[in-house]
Ligand binder design. Structure first.
Ligand SMILES: Cc1ncc(COP(=O)(O)O)c(C=O)c1O
Length: 419
């Protein structure tokens, strides 16, 4: 997309007028007030489609009671297929939606370690739950845990993964889009580097699914997990995706031998025998109500088209980078996100030594909702389906005003558990 310099608010308004996804904003519950929501990378906004789908599912529950299970039981797989096509570049039969990202990561990492000898490679700059799960598995299974030493802004590079895998490795676990910096990894090259060392490669897609073109099949990914409550807008605690490349499924076994992954589930037989296909990574009863919202989120994304979503994410983050340079850098901010649009997801990280207090003041006094990530980052999540260019302009403008006026100095030091 050709970029024109935005130097006035009217320029941002003009970009919104030309935005092919502009109409999607009306399909969300965002209110008409002054509030600007730039935290869609933490929790996506409520879509009317998701609300209607949830209400319909609850109605089915009321009407059909247990007879509804006949139609609900395959939802993790059917919703997974829809999500695979809409957001993940994955063919059918490779994705399920159930459980949380953390639990799915445990299932896949443990299955991979059972199938391959050697070390685990991960990035300590990735989201902590990934590291904790891998530390636990490393201790339990007696595997070496090798940590990359990556640049905090650029993220992991293929050559670093190659070096960390030297001598062979069992499993590489990395985020496609880093939760703090928003850097978008070179997935194909990194996957190839892991494969060259004999490792399986597992991608955490939490900040990538619905924000960038992931293309799991094309990059040769083995395994992936990711949440649906960010850019898929399926609501707080909505179930997570789990991907296993079809050629690998028969070789892997989930460490949780639950009845939903049993070959003949309702025979209630004495021995566990996992079903063929992606269903073998299910565990217990899936969250049928919440799956309705994931389905609605995937359908909306299919409707918008991932290429248009990606282009809008690049346009919004580019605007934020430009405005950072114009208004925020002179106030002591530094950019914590790569400058090349193709190396970013849909959020930007604005670093400042007083980031916590500035973030609090933005929320409490300026009606802008971003979030804070220790030690010094304010994240602006620019969810492409409902964020306008003018929101980016106004959010940066209010941020600059807060710091210029020193208003944040009255905010409390860090006390809350979440922003
Ligand atoms: C990159 C990443 N991985 C994993 C998680 C954890 O997911 P959950 O708490 O749903 O298991 C998050 C949550 O925000 C995340 O951002």
């Amino acid at each position: 997309m050709a970029r024109t310099a935005v130097t006035t608010r009217a320029d941002a308004v003009a970009l919104d007028a030309a935005d092919p996804l502009a109409a999607f904003r009306d399909r969300f519950e965002l209110g008409e007030g002054r509030r600007i929501y730039v935290d869609g990378n933490s929790l996506g906004a409520l879509a009317h489609d998701a609300q209607a789908a949830l209400e319909a599912r609850i109605g089915e529950w009321g009407d059909r009671l247990v007879t509804g299970w006949h139609d609900w039981v395959d939802a993790p797989v059917t919703v997974g297929d829809r999500l695979a096509g809409a957001a993940l570049g994955a063919g059918p039969g490779q994705v399920i939606v159930s459980d949380s990202t953390t639990v799915n990561l445990y299932k896949l990492a443990a299955a991979a370690l059972d199938a391959r000898p050697g070390a685990i490679v991960c990035d300590p700059a990735d989201f902590p739950t990934d590291r904790y799960v891998l530390q636990g598995l490393s201790a339990r299974m007696g595997r070496e845990l090798r940590m990359l030493d990556t640049d905090p802004v650029a993220g992991p590079q293929p050559a670093e993964v190659e070096r960390a895998c030297a001598g062979g490795a069992a499993l590489v676990v990395l985020s496609a889009v880093n939760y703090r910096s928003g850097s978008f990894a070179r997935m194909a090259e990194i996957t190839a580097a892991g494969h060259a060392a004999g490792a399986l490669v597992l991608w955490d897609l939490c900040h990538a699914a619905g924000a960038v073109e992931v293309d799991l099949d094309a990059v040769g990914a083995d395994l992936a997990v990711g949440c649906t409550y960010k850019y898929l807008n399926a609501g707080p605690g909505s179930p997570a995706l789990l991907y296993v490349r079809s050629g690998l499924q028969a070789e892997l076994r989930s460490p949780i031998w639950g009845w939903f992954s049993q070959a003949d589930q309702f025979a209630m037989g004495p021995e566990y025998e996992p079903v063929e296909g992606i269903g073998r990574f299910l565990a217990g009863t899936p969250p049928i109500v919440a799956l309705a919202a994931v389905d609605a989120g995937a359908a909306m994304l299919a409707d918008a088209g991932l290429a248009r979503v990606r282009a809008k994410a690049a346009a919004l983050t580019s605007l934020a980078v430009d405005l950072h340079d114009q208004r925020l850098a002179p106030l002591g901010f530094t950019l914590g996100t790569p400058r090349e649009p193709e190396r970013r997801g849909a959020h930007v990280s604005l670093r400042h030594p007083d980031a916590w207090r500035i973030c609090r003041a933005l929320i409490d006094r300026a009606d802008v909702i971003p979030d804070f990530r220790a030690p010094d980052s304010i994240r602006f999540g620019l969810a492409p389906l409902y964020t306008r260019h003018v929101d980016v302009w106004d959010a940066v403008d209010r941020l600059a005003d807060i710091v210029e006026s020193g208003e944040h100095e009255g905010s409390e030091a860090a006390t809350a558990r979440v922003t």
